[in-house]
Structure formats: structure tokens, C-alpha cells
Design a protein around this ligand. Structure first.
Ligand code: FAD
Ligand code: NAD
Length: 466
């Protein structure tokens, strides 16, 4: 039997980027706020086992790769280059630890109470956390997501791993098979390939990164293949079997070709993520979920049950940390009587390979399907002077603008620091800017951003440097 304890204006369940940001914003707006989190540390998937540890390893492995392959051209000679995987992992863990402690500090600073333990909706305006009942005027569900399993492939996080296991391997596998050529497959595939694993990515569809612009994905495939990753597109995994050396996977090409067996020391399953709602009490509370298990919400993040809201990976839309954060802020502001709002069209997506791959707004495929008349402005990094000084010539900027209005509808970049460059285009989409607005904005020289300006000029066929 639960005992009743404190009362709050808002109890947020889950302290990932959606939940912790929502809690902080609501506290800033004067609400009495608690955030329930069952993990030992705050920050959710993103800070503990997602964005942050993966980017730490991407950075370390990229440094290693650059010392090996990029310095000689600059006239820098280094002796034998080696790496210490345990130090790389230790650094990654320290980066995570600093970040998650930072959220604890922010909770203290803003007066947000951390309710430690698993939370469950316990009735109208009631949340049970580890056996204690708390009253809540409003409840925001932000319990995030987990890896989608693949039938017939049993995860042990040692030999057959999800991203969580792949972020903590104790040694570099001789061969790594990645099932799924999406965000995780390409990022973690890159990490282990750079460190010496023979990486094969098995992807069900005929292309990588199915949610991104097809031209971008094609270019990514070419560049990553040059770096040593192998791709088996349009291919299905039928079954897996443990062997003394690792795993044998039976795969079948989608074109009806013969089945094959591929062997790997480690298999990473990265076929997407699904909402996590175990033990949350959704059914008992009558909260509606859709066929994919995502909690249904309206444009104010309200579920069908009064007083219960949901945000982040748990609801529709891309499963991205900054999307969850925007929703966290918006729902807190709505609860405070303000006009919280998220512009989903302006949410960028970035794959942190090298070169980086970044998108915002519509893809060419989407515009074609919608019958929109658009113009394309494209500029390659090989014609950008800063990229030349850096020696990073791969990739391009592509801007899609509506014919007639010149309004920027989408932008897609593969190239050096694409993840940073895309911010200018997200701002352009947010401001409803025309390509000409970008084209007429002075950009510092020499900078990578000049490729964005040139692509904007190219929309009207007036790029200067190509
Ligand atoms: P989560 O971050 O999943 O947080 C939910 C929290 O709720 C968890 O801490 C969980 O313990 C807690 N919880 C769940 N149920 C309960 C309960 N009943 N009681 C108490 N607590 C509960 N996104 C990006 O934008 N950029 C990236 O670079 C990026 N890299 C990624 C790399 C990897 C390997 C992975 C797996 C994901 C990555 N993502 C990235 C996606 C990003 O992590 C998610 O989109 C984001 O974490 C979603 O935030 P959220 O707040 O909705 O949920
Ligand atoms: P994803 O949706 O990005 O990619 C999954 C891939 O697996 C797709 O290409 C899909 O076609 C393929 N696939 C599905 N079923 C398959 C099967 N049976 N066999 C082979 N391939 C199959 O998902 P993910 O890479 O697992 O990552 C999960 C989510 O986490 C991402 O969608 C993204 O929202 C988030 N994430 C973001 C970042 C980032 O922002 N940099 C990094 C990692 C993860």
C-alpha cells in the first residue's frame, strides 16, 4: 500500500532531454516541480547511453583516424600510432559523468525535486514513485524509447549488442556486422571501423538513411565505402546462430538472389527504437497509444486523459534529443498559460560521421510526392576555399526553394561540420527566409558557411565560385 506524500504542480516522469528540460522550464515559470527518474543518473538515453557517449567515441576515433590518414599531407610526420581502448572508454565515461552531474546541478539550481525510482500513473493526479504516492496537478510523460529487437536475434550486449553494448565493447572486434543502415549503424559502424574492425552494414532498404534526402544518402554511401565500410543493401537477416568465434548470420538479398551466411565476432542490431512504457500504468489510466506503441497527443501535447501530457521519443515525430527538448519547453509554457509551440519543419537531423550528414525541412522525394514546384541550388565543398585549406573536399550543400516565392523548404548538407552549418538553414526555415535572403547575407571569408551562401545563390543560377 502506497503512502501519500508531497503535492506538486507538475510531476514529469523521465529525466531525459524531454523530461529534464520540461522540469527546468516549468520551475523557471514558477511551478512546484518534481521529476521521477529510475536510472541512477539524470539525462536519459541521450546523456547516458546515446548522444553523448557516441559522440565522445566518434571524436576519439576520428582523432585517431586523422593522425593516421590526414596529417602527412600537412607535412606532419608521426611515428607508429596506437590507441588505448580502455583510456578511450574511460574518457567517454568521464564525459558522460560530467554531463549527468550537470543536470543534477541544474535541478538543484532551479528547485526541481528528483524523485528516485520507477514511476507509475496511480490515478487522477496521482503518481506512484517507488511505492510513495505524489499528488500532481499535471503529469508529463517523458519515458523515452528503447532499441527495437529483431525477431530471431537474441541480444546479450556482448556478442549481439544494441547501441548500449556497442558503446562499451572491451576490445575491437575483428568483424562487426551492423544490422540497420540508419543513424546508429553509420555512427557506431564508423567508430569501430576507424579502430580496425571490418564493418559490414546490412540494410533492409535499397538505400541508407531512409528518412533523409536520397542524394545525401547516396553520397554518404560512396564516402563511407571509401573509408572501408561495406554495405549490403536491400538485404534481410533471416536467422542468427552463435559460433565459437561469434555469430553466423543467414542473410537474403531482396532481389531474390541466393541466401548467404556472413560471420562476425560482434553483431550490432540498430533497426530503430520503440517507445518505452513498461510499468507506466498507461492501460490502467486509459491513456491511448497508437499501433506503434507511441502515446497519442494533440498539438498541445495533451493525451486523451485530462491532466496527462506526453513528449519526446514517446510520441510521434523524429526520435531526436533536441526535438524532445523543444517539446519539453513547449509543454511547460502551455501549462503556464503561454503559447508553447514547436516548428517540426525546422528540426534538423545530423549524423555525426565524417563527413557529417545534416538535413532540415523537406527532402526532394517529399517535395516531388507533394507536387511542389521547387528549384535546387547546389554547391560542392571542393569549390570552397576553407574546405580546401582544411583538406576536406567531400560533399555538398543543397538548398531546395519553392519556385515563385523562393522560400527555403529544405536543405541537405554532407561535408565538414555539416552539423554546425545546418543551424543557419534551420534558422532560415524558422524565419521563412527566401534563398535570396541567405544569398545576400555577408558570410565571412574563408569559411565553410560560404558554401551555404553559394548554394543559396545557385538556386537562382548565380553562384560565383562554380
Ligand atoms: P529518454 O532520453 O529515453 O529518457 C527517458 C528517461 O525516462 C530514461 O532516463 C528512463 O530511465 C526514464 N524512465 C522511463 N520509464 C520510467 C519510469 N516509469 N519511471 C521513472 N523513469 C522512467 N539524438 C540526437 O538528437 N542527437 C544524437 O546525437 C543522438 N545520438 C544517439 C545515439 C544513440 C546511441 C541513441 C540510442 C540515441 C541517440 N539520440 C540522439 C536519440 C536521443 O537519445 C533521444 O531522442 C532522446 O534521448 C529522447 O529523449 P526523451 O527525453 O524522450 O527520452
Ligand atoms: P534508424 O531509424 O535511424 O535506422 C534504422 C535502419 O534500420 C533503417 O535504415 C531501416 O531501414 C533499417 N532496418 C529496419 N529493419 C531492418 C531489418 N530487419 N534489417 C535490416 N535493416 C533494417 O534507427 P537507429 O539507427 O536504430 O537509431 C534509432 C534512432 O535514434 C534514430 O532514428 C534517431 O532518431 C536516433 N539517433 C539519432 C542520432 C543522431 O541524431 N545523430 C544518432 C543515433 C540515434
Amino acid at each position: 500500500m502506497s503512502e501519500t506524500s508531497d503535492a506538486f504542480d507538475l510531476v514529469v516522469i523521465g529525466a531525459g532531454p524531454g523530461g529534464y528540460v520540461c522540469a527546468i522550464r516549468a520551475a523557471q515559470l514558477g511551478m512546484r516541480v518534481a521529476c521521477a527518474e529510475e536510472r541512477e543518473t539524470l539525462g536519459g538515453t541521450c546523456l547516458n547511453i546515446g548522444c553523448i557517449p557516441s559522440k565522445a567515441l566518434l571524436q576519439s576515433s576520428e582523432n585517431y583516424s586523422r593522425v593516421q590518414h590526414a596529417l602527412a599531407k600537412h607535412g606532419i610526420t608521426v611515428g607508429d600510432v596506437t590507441f588505448d581502448l580502455s583510456q578511450m572508454m574511460k574518457r567517454k565515461d568521464e564525459v558522460v559523468s560530467t554531463n549527468v552531474k550537470g543536470i543534477e546541478y541544474l535541478f538543484r539550481k532551479n528547485g526541481v525535486t528528483w524523485l528516485k525510482g520507477r514511476a507509475r500513473i496511480a490515478g487522477q493526479g496521482l503518481v506512484d514513485v517507488a511505492g510513495k504516492l505524489y499528488q500532481a496537478k499535471h503529469i508529463v510523460l517523458a519515458t523515452g524509447s528503447e532499441s527495437t529487437p529483431l525477431p530471431g536475434i537474441e541480444i546479450d550486449e556482448k556478442t549481439i549488442v544494441t547501441s548500449t553494448g556497442a558503446l562499451s565493447l572491451e576490445r575491437v572486434p575483428k568483424q562487426l556486422v551492423v544490422v540497420g543502415g540508419g543513424y546508429i549503424g553509420l555512427e557506431l559502424g564508423s567508430v569501430w571501423s576507424r579502430l580496425g574492425a571490418a564493418v559490414t552494414v546490412v540494410e533492409l532498404q535499397e538505400r541508407l538513411l531512409p528518412t533523409m534526402d536520397a542524394e545525401l544518402a547516396k553520397q554518404a554511401e560512396r564516402i563511407l565505402a571509401r573509408q572501408g565500410l561495406k554495405f549490403r543493401l536491400n538485404t534481410k537477416v533471416l536467422a542468427s546462430e552463435r559460433t565459437n568465434e561469434g555469430v553466423a548470420l543467414r542473410i537474403a538479398p531482396g532481389n531474390g538472389g541466393p541466401e548467404e551466411e556472413i560471420r562476425a565476432e560482434v553483431v550490432l542490431v540498430a533497426v530503430g527504437r520503440r517507445p518505452f512504457t513498461n510499468g507506466l500504468g498507461l492501460a490502467e489510466a486509459g491513456v491511448r497509444v497508437n499501433a506503434g506503441g507511441r502515446v497519442e497527443t494533440d498539438d498541445q501535447f495533451r493525451t486523451n486523459v485530462p491532466g496527462i501530457y506526453a513528449i519526446g521519443d514517446l510520441i510521434r515525430g523524429p526520435m531526436l534529443a533536441h526535438k524532445a527538448e523543444e517539446e519539453g519547453v513547449a509543454v511547460a509554457e502551455i501549462l503556464a498559460g503561454q503559447a508553447g509551440h514547436v516548428n517540426y519543419n525546422a528540426i534538423p537531423g545530423v549524423v555525426y560521421t565524417w563527413p557529417e550528414i545534416a538535413s532540415v525541412g523537406k527532402t526532394e522525394e517529399e517535395l516531388k510526392a507533394e507536387g511542389v514546384d521547387y528549384a535546387v541550388g547546389k554547391f560542392p565543398f571542393s569549390a570552397n576555399s576553407r574546405a580546401r585549406t582544411m583538406g576536406d573536399l567531400d560533399g555538398f550543400v543543397k538548398i531546395l526553394a519553392e519556385r515563385g516565392t523562393d522560400r527555403i523548404l529544405g536543405a541537405h548538407i554532407i561535408g565538414p561540420d555539416a552539423g554546425t552549418l545546418i543551424a543557419e538553414l534551420a534558422l532560415a526555415v524558422e524565419f521563412d527566409a527566401a534563398a535570396e535572403d541567405l544569398a545576400r547575407t555577408p558570410h565571412a571569408h574563408p569559411s565553410l558557411n560560404e558554401a551555404v551562401k553559394e548554394a543559396a545563390l545557385a538556386v537562382a543560377n548565380r553562384a560565383i565560385h562554380i
